[in-house]
Write a protein that binds this ligand. Sequence first.
Ligand code: SIN
Length: 317
Amino acid sequence: MTSIAVQPISTDSESASTLTVEPLSGYTGAEIGGVDLADDLSEEVIARIRQALLTWKVVFFRDQSIGHAEQIAFARRFGKLTPAHPYEENPPEGFPEILPIDSRRYTNLYGRKRTSYDNSWHTDVTALVNPPAFSILRADILPPYGGDTAWTNLVAAYENLPDRLRDFVDTLDAEHTFDNRAASGSARAAVVDSKPLRTFHPVVRVHPETGERALFVSPGFTRKAQNLRGLGPRLSSHLLEALWEEATRTEYTVRFRWRPGSVAFWDNRATSHLAIPDAGHLGHDRVLYRVTIEGDVPRGVDGRESESLEGDPFLGS
Ligand code: SIN
């Protein structure tokens, strides 16, 4: 088994001295303390948060009193912000970057109460040729129990595959499509149908900052096409099932219990996540707000780039 190096976070200046990083599981997730995201954070604090994120793939902050403007300002320290989502037409007024993940919207959109827009393991919007690099999600209204989110570390999943399987999957490309699950006849369904998104991504992606290799497949965006280039539908579907299972093995995951004011910040180039679908039937509301930071076009281990089949790059400002 390969292990992941943990970089100790040293504190060498006054401004960063209160920052703490507490790992939450063996491979994935750390809680960062001693930081108020409403502050104008120093470059050093931002660098330490980025380092913790690259190491632990998802980091969490508790008890933050921030609104849309502060969430956007914090996110901008890490790159350009994209619009809320390629298909979001109704972001909060004045905040086109904010995607409400709001159970109160989903009854209309999907025809039944649910607590998030997708209840399968996925990496954000990988149907795009340049999926977002990072996502930052802030909790506002939560059910009294249930509605947690889990993340998995796709680098650990890749590194722990047998050598010969790694060599083989390094060569594969998978088709990622945006699966239209909006209620048929709804305005959202029409928009998704009129602007399809479809991309071939390398199954193994080289992280542009760490150089690590990640098993870049998850059911959310690859289950519709079930297409590994050149392998045919039957082999594609069997092999994808096996890779999804490897990617989401419990030991690579962390599960986060939200509280109002909790913030999760994850690296989409190294993780997938799952909004655990255990609360929709309870009937409580669940409202969180997400922003995404522009990503690059993924590259495979031999340097080949993802190939867009339909849809434009998703650019930020
Ligand atoms: C997301 O997939 O970005 C949202 C996850 C959640 O609702 O917990």
